[in-house]
Design a protein. Structure first.
Lengths: 190, 190
DNA sequence: ACTTTGAGTGAACATCTGTACACAAACTAG
DNA sequence: CTAGTTTGTGTACAGATGTTCACTCAAAGT
């Protein structure tokens, strides 16, 4: 993760990883069959942790009988991003990165997020009559917006000045625009 | 561009580029100071072409006195993507890729797109009273959605079956959701 | 007490990498 | 036609890279 924080995964050598781990190059093979294998494992680990965090966040909200809002959801996510910066750099970078197998792994996980979010959305009274397809499309849009916020945060120097606040405010506005649009979308009949 | 179609720019060696260009490694330096330099040039070239295409598209629409719609805009973009697949693979991959200077270059160009789009939006009667900041936020959202569509198209195997149509329909729906939301956004006073 | 196994070692290999340097060809301008 | 500038060549070097193979050695299991 240290290595991947600054450069693309595809440009990192097996030997660098071994050096970073304090073992000899050949010992790498005791743990992973190849670099690609390592990358996929990294994706799965990061995503597992993220999913748990988000699930806990939702449970917290439910416990307080609060509806998930744009603000609170974004807040939970960004807190997790700050705590796991390297992982997110990795995920954002490799989502469209150079190694097909890693892209696929990330894509699969993101699709799971969208599906979970779609289920949450389906419970909202206003969206009760939406088709599952449209719910998922809306969910994917929301995930995209969130992910873009994370990427912008990490790509820029989010420390200092008001860059982070700016990104947060922009993202919240974008989410509100979408929610407003969803409110007008496809009234139950034509 | 051939090299970058499959792997990340950071994992490509100067020697590979020279080999692909049919020159000896040292001759590379006659054209670029470094790989980073090459990358930035590639970004600028790709973006220049794309900008021209989009500008022509808008002029065409204006000539037919048609308003730019979600469908027509997306159509113009995707046609260009098909004609310049490698460039877009490169841009999508390196937008959050491993080399800071390249990220910066792409980010700058995308910001320009958003600004141009914001100006277009400001001319729509419904949005006449929007603040410039909100216009740009909406424009960035639209650019994000479009870019996500391009990325999804290129990451998947868009050839064959209905994958492309599926992505197009999803993206159009998402754009409509946003437009609907914009229609309800911030009525002129409170 | 003995054996199986998981993890790490070290040497060796053929290949690739960036870059320096002196030189040659090819194009351009006067 | 000639002088100057671009572009490309060949050689060279020190270092990095993936993977192989035979080996040690401690922990776990029986």
């Amino acid at each position: 993760m240290e290595l991947v924080a600054e450069r693309s995964f595809g440009s990192i050598s097996l030997r660098e990883v071994a050096r970073g781990a304090g073992i000899v190059p050949t010992a790498f093979y005791r743990h992973f069959a190849s670099m690609e294998d390592l990358g996929v494992t990294l994706v799965e680990d990061s995503m597992r942790v993220l999913r748990r965090t988000l699930r806990e966040g939702r449970r917290d909200l439910a416990a307080r009988q609060a509806l998930p809002t744009a603000q609170s959801s974004l807040d939970i996510l960004l807190r997790h991003v700050h705590d796991n910066e390297a992982q997110f750099r990795f995920l954002v970078r490799e989502q469209h990165g150079g190694i097909a197998e890693i892209r696929r792994a990330i894509d699969t996980e993101l699709r799971l997020f969208s599906k979970e979010l779609a289920i949450d959305l389906s419970r909202l009274p206003d969206l009760a009559q939406w088709s599952p397809e449209d719910l998922e499309i809306a969910a994917e849009l929301i995930v995209t917006i969130m992910l873009t916020a994370v990427a912008d945060l990490l790509d820029g120097d989010y420390r200092g000045s008001g860059v982070e606040r700016e990104i947060v405010e922009r993202t919240e506005k974008q989410l509100v625009m979408v929610f407003l649009g969803m409110g007008r979308w496809s009234p139950p009949t034509g």
